[in-house]
Ligand binder design. Sequence first.
Ligand code: ZN
Length: 448
Amino acid sequence: MSKKLLVGPATVFTNTPGNSVVPNAGVLCANDRIERVAPFSELAASNNDATRLSTDGKVIVPGLINAHHHLYSTFSRGMPIAATTPLRNFPEILEGIWWRLDRALDLEAVEAGAYPPVMDCLRWGTTTIIDHHASPNAIRGSLQALARVCDEAGIRANLCYEVTDRNGDQGAVDGVQENAQFVRDCQSHRAHGALLGLHASFTVSEQTLALAARQVDPATPIHIHVAEDGADVTRTREQFGKGIIERLEAHGLLRKNSILVHGIHLTDAELDRIAAAQAWLVHNPESNANNAVGHLDVQRAMARGVRVALGTDGMASNMLRAAKSAYLMIRHARKDPTVGFALPRKLLFENNVLLAREIFAEPRLGSIQAGAPADLCVIDYDPPTVLDASTFDGHWVFGMTESPVWATITSGKVRMHRGEFLDLDREKISQRVLAAADGVWERLRQMP
Ligand SMILES: [Zn+2]
């Protein structure tokens, strides 16, 4: 017998053609799929046996998708950094913070450290993530460790290991192997997805790019940081005599649906090649501001036909705020109050959805309709004016992205409800995370 969950009554943004906004609706889930979206009273009368989640006066949107995350970032908060460590520019931030933190992670820290951001995803209505992982002293099995946490929390995840040469030849080979193994694992168990992860052009040698292209299934798109800072562009040219996109093309790695993260310092010609390859750029406005690396001109990229999605780059797990930031920053950067109003909806409900549908092979993911995965975000929002399809953007930008998420449902199961996690023991997890943090920070203190 199927397990049924009836959610409603609520205003439901279905994200189906026409962007319909349905008042007084219910969403009936059966097992991990949506069975019907219909007037709540009708569903309630005919489904007495279904478990109920009463959402009176709230708004239901499809579960949100984060197109670029780093679950391994957890232990950076307040981490010990020597006062003499320079952090004046992006390369120094990488060397002083991230390339120390990732070397301090063991397998337990990878797994324990994934809980806080995964729980934050649920706290803010995100049900699908695309993650980019690094733990050079615990490579083998790291993606399965992340997958276990995502499974336990009920998050749909696409995972990869960021291959790099900065930890020697063996580190590069092990990174390629971890990707290749996880790609194979996902082919036999479809719960999650896999990409070929690469750190960034300036830290990956020609030999390693060739190895990755050879050893990982050629149908697998790549996930790589691209032109986040000018240093990636100049160091790539100095070391390899080519541009970043040219290098990827030369190795057959500019594959369809590849995820090129940031893309701030790309030329028009490079954007055109990305568009022609049907790859994606992922915009991370908050992280870019934090690192002071510049701002992706989303309008320019989209005008050249590039598909742009939205992520958080591991700095946070709140896609509502990321979308709001994208809106504010495009107006600020272009000094133009006529741009960006529809951008938060377009990024979250069109582009991130299309990207996730393609890489997870789930054609109805990110919509609320019969047959779609039952992933829902219930927002505690009382519209002060009429909320319908014609006014949705105004409510989304100024109201819903500012409102608390009241419940998050994935695969037809309530995972977070009013701040409580139904499948996770917060206290036990917190103890485990703090114990892992002690170990990571001790290793950081001892690191030369
Ligand atoms: Zn990143």
